[in-house]
Design a protein around this ligand. Structure first.
Ligand code: NAD
Length: 495
């Protein structure tokens, strides 16, 4: 294999090494013999330089007309579209999702680039009547300053694009710290921004660990917004740090999402949905359908068909076009998932399929686990309550629609939920009753589109939404403006 490249940080428009002089390795999870590259193990000093560059660039970028900022983002969309295949290929190499899904990940960034390019010409505020004569009122969106962008590895370009592109169109600058398991895609994304003509220093990249690089970024005094996606445990730490300095922060965190299959469901469709929702991206999606709550009247039939189809799933290297499920991200995550499977068995859940690591033949070089189904799961078991973030689905029997809703809501997370039913009334009631930010009817819990708000309730989020117009509320601040053209003193609420 060719010698792997050393990739650098992007600070003030220059590709530079870390002051630590250290790098970390990124290896292919499907075949760890392949070294994808070495990346900078950045220090607080690197972070300081990157924030200083973004701080300096902010003075001009915030004054660049929003439609002009939007034009650069439009070019970002075009370059991403041109490089889609290459980016998807490298993404599969570095984090394992099958090529088809990696293409979808890049497509999400393309969609977001075009949407946010359009925001450059919209970014609507309001004009409203005044309660006083000869007075004009309006509200405007204002940029905030330097944004810290911290992302996970499971959507290596989609999630950064959801953060960086709206931040930029609003007139902010940013420093991006990607997950250590997907830094190559982050480097590619920066190259695209450069090629699109983004001025130096407007978007900076520092790679490294969460504990060192991520922490330094969150704590930096000149950071005004922290946009974080990752686990609820890390999000809690980030929130506490932001609270100290009153930094604005949006947190997109874990999920324990449920598909509810009612007795009148189209079972074939529900099984397809459970397969895609449960085992797509090897179950490593925040919106993964990790619980399937099935009405007792159709439970047996559903489970039988679900197992039959799961048995047929082809697990392997995501670059192979016949592969349907790739590896999990790394050895640590593999061990954690296997530990959860052991917990499920101990708790008395019935292991219906899978449960083992795959280690024979080519599997020995990667982090592979069989797609795993537990049946007769009690909703209070740990495997039904905690996010496993792997190809493990808990099937939970229920006796009624009302019970399904109750079980669905019985977790601390609130990201996504779905119902399979032919009954429109029930679908609407479930839509109202589920305590989630996203809801699907006759589709699994995954598959968000970028022009709808994305995020969750309870311990999944902190009240913000990404994507759509909603994301502008994260990256801009409202300014209310009053213009009095009466030529005299007028007093609101008094005159
Ligand atoms: P993680 O929390 O371990 O890491 C996320 C990012 O935070 C990484 O870049 C990491 O380096 C950084 N980080 C870690 N500690 C930090 C600290 N103390 N200060 C600052 N940054 C720090 O999560 P992960 O394993 O990369 O991703 C999986 C998790 O992400 C799952 O819980 C999943 O549900 C969640 N996720 C949520 C969404 C969503 O939109 N709700 C989307 C994708 C993934």
């Amino acid at each position: 294999m060719a010698k792997a490249k050393v990739y650098k940080n992007l600070i003030a428009g220059e590709w530079v090494k870390s002051t630590s002089g250290l790098t970390f390795e990124n290896r292919n999870p499907a075949d760890h013999r392949e070294l994808i590259g070495s990346f900078q193990d950045s220090t607080a000093e690197d972070v300081d330089r990157a924030v200083a560059a973004a701080f300096q660039a902010y003075s001009q970028w915030r004054l660049t007309p929003a439609p002009k900022r939007g034009e650069i983002l439009f070019r970002v969309g075009e370059i991403l579209a041109r490089r889609k295949e290459e980016l998807a290929y490298d993404m599969t190499r570095e984090m394992g999702k099958v090529l088809l899904e990696a293409r979808g990940d890049v497509q999400e960034a393309i969609d977001m680039a075009y949407w946010m390019a359009g925001e450059g010409r919209r970014m609507y505020g309001h004009t409203t009547p005044s309660e006083l004569r000869d007075k004009f009122n309006m509200s405007l969106r204002m940029p905030i300053g330097v944004c810290a962008i911290i992302s996970p590895w499971n959507f290596p370009i989609a999630i950064p694009s959801w953060k960086i592109l709206p931040a930029l169109v609003c007139g902010n600058t940013c420093v991006f710290k990607p997950a250590s398991d997907s830094p190559l895609t982050a480097v590619h994304f920066m190259e695209v921004l450069e090629e699109a003509g983004l001025p130096k220093g407007v978007a900076n990249l520092v790679t490294g660990t969460g504990a060192r690089t991520g922490s330094a970024l969150v704590e930096h005094k000149d950071i005004r917004v922290v946009s974080f996606t990752g686990s609820t445990a890390t999000g809690r730490i980030v929130a506490q740090k932001c609270a100290h300095d009153f930094k604005k922060h949006n947190l997109e965190m874990g999920g324990k999402n449920a598909i509810m299959v009612m007795e009148d469901a189209n079972l074939e469709l529900a099984v397809d949905g459970a397969l895609w929702g449960g085992f797509g991206t090897s179950g490593q999606r925040c919106t993964a359908s990790s619980r399937v709550i099935v009405h007792k009247k159709v439970y047996k039939q559903f489970v039988k068909e679900f197992i039959e189809h799961t048995k047929e799933l082809r697990v392997g290297n995501g670059l192979d076009p016949t592969t349907e499920m790739g590896p999990v991200i790394n050895e640590k995550q593999k061990k954690s998932i296997l530990q959860w499977i052991a917990t499920g068995k101990k708790e008395g859940a019935r292991l219906l399929w899978g449960g083992n690591p795959l280690q024979e033949g080519n599997y020995q070089y990667g982090h592979f686990i069989e797609p795993t189904i537990f049946g007769d799961v009690d909703p209070q078991m740990q495997i039904a309550q905690e996010e496993i973030f792997g190809p493990v689905v808990s099937v939970i029997p229920c006796s009624s629609f009302e019970e399904a809703i109750e079980i669905g809501n019985s977790v601390r997370y609130g990201l996504s939920a779905a119902i399979y039913t032919q009954d429109l009334n029930r679908a609407f009631v479930a839509m109202r009753e589920m305590e989630t930010g996203i809801f699907y009817v006759n589709a699994p819990t995954i598959g968000a589109e970028i022009h709808l708000p994305f995020g969750g309730t309870k311990e999944t989020g902190n009240g913000h939404r990404e994507a759509a117009e909603a994301t502008l509320d994260v990256f801009s601040e409202w300014k209310a403006v009053y213009l009095d053209f009466s030529g005299q003193l007028q007093r609101a609420q008094i005159d």
